[in-house]
Design a protein. Sequence first.
Length: 326
Amino acid sequence: MYPLRRNRRLRTNTAIRDMVRETSLHPEHLMAPLFIVEGKQVKEEIASMPGYYRYSLDLLEGEIRSLYQLGIRSVLLFVKVPDNLKDNKGTEALNPDGLMQRAVKTVKNIQPEMHVLTDVALDPYSSYGHDGIVENGLILNDPTVEVLAQMAVSHAKAGADMVAPSDMMDGRILAMRSALEQEGFTDTGIMSYSAKYASAFYGPFRDALDSAPGFGDKKTYQMDPANRIEAIKETIMDIEEGADIVMVKPGLCYLDIVREIKDAVDVPVAVYQVSGEYAMLKAAAEKGWLDHDAVMMEQTMAIRRAGGDIIATYFAKDIAKILQNT
Ligand code: PBG
C-alpha cells in the first residue's frame, strides 16, 4: 500500500533497473535472414528494404563472418531464382546443384558453427509465385507436400541444420519428418512457420525475391488475421507432426498470438519480424519521425517479452551491434 510501496524505487538508476529487468535480449536470440542471388560480386540493395541486400555466393563470406563475430549464430537462407528456372512444380528446388544447395555449402564452409536454416516453400521457384502447385487456379495440397518433403531432404543433403517450411500446406511437417528419418537425417531439425498469417506486411520480401503471386492471393493457405484459436490448433498439430521449433509470423501485430502459443506449448517459439515491419521503421526514420535505434530495440524487446525465444529479423546485425556496445 502507498506510501509503503513506492514502485519508482526500483527505477531510480541503471543499476537497479538492470537488476530487476524481467526480459533479456542477446545476439544468440536473433536469426538473420539472407537473400541470395546468382552471379559474381553482386550486392544489390532491395528497393523497399533500405540497408538490406541480396548477395551472390562469393560475397557471402564477409557477411557471415560479421554476423558470427557479432554473436549471431543462425541464418535463414532465401534464394532468388532466375525466371527461366521457374515452373509450376518447383523442379529447380530439387536440383542438388541449385542455388540454395550451394548456398548451404558455402555458409557451412565459411563458418561450420553457424546454424543454417533453409526456407522450404515453392514460391521462389514457382512460375505462379504461389507456395504450391497450381491446377485450374487452385493450390494443390498433397502433391505440393510431396515436393516439399523432397526439398527438405535435398537441403539436408547439402548440410542444412534445419529446414524451415514457410508454405502452410496441411501435413507438410509429418511428410518432411518422415522423409528426413527415412533418408537417415535424424538430426536435421524442422522450424515450422506454424502460425503464418495472410499478411500485407510481406510486400517488400516479395520484391526481394521477385516472388509475388501472379494471380489471386495466399488466403487459401495462410491464416486469416482475425483468428486466434486456429493459431493454437495449427501450432499444436505441427508439434505433433514433428516440428522442433514453431513460429508466429508476422511479429508485432501478432504478439497476443505469440504469448498464447508460448503458454500453450513446450517447444521454443520463434517470431518473424517481417519485411514490411522493417520497411515501416526505415521509412519513418528516414523522414526523421522516429528514432531508428531506440524504436528497433523497443520492438525487439517487446517480441521477447511476448514470448519470442528466437527472433528472425532484418535488424539482427544492427541490434547485435548495439548489444555489443552496451
Ligand atoms: C514465402 C515466404 C514469405 C515470407 C517468407 N517466406 C512471403 C509470402 O508468404 O508471400 C515473408 C517474409 C517477410 O516478409 O519478411 N514462402
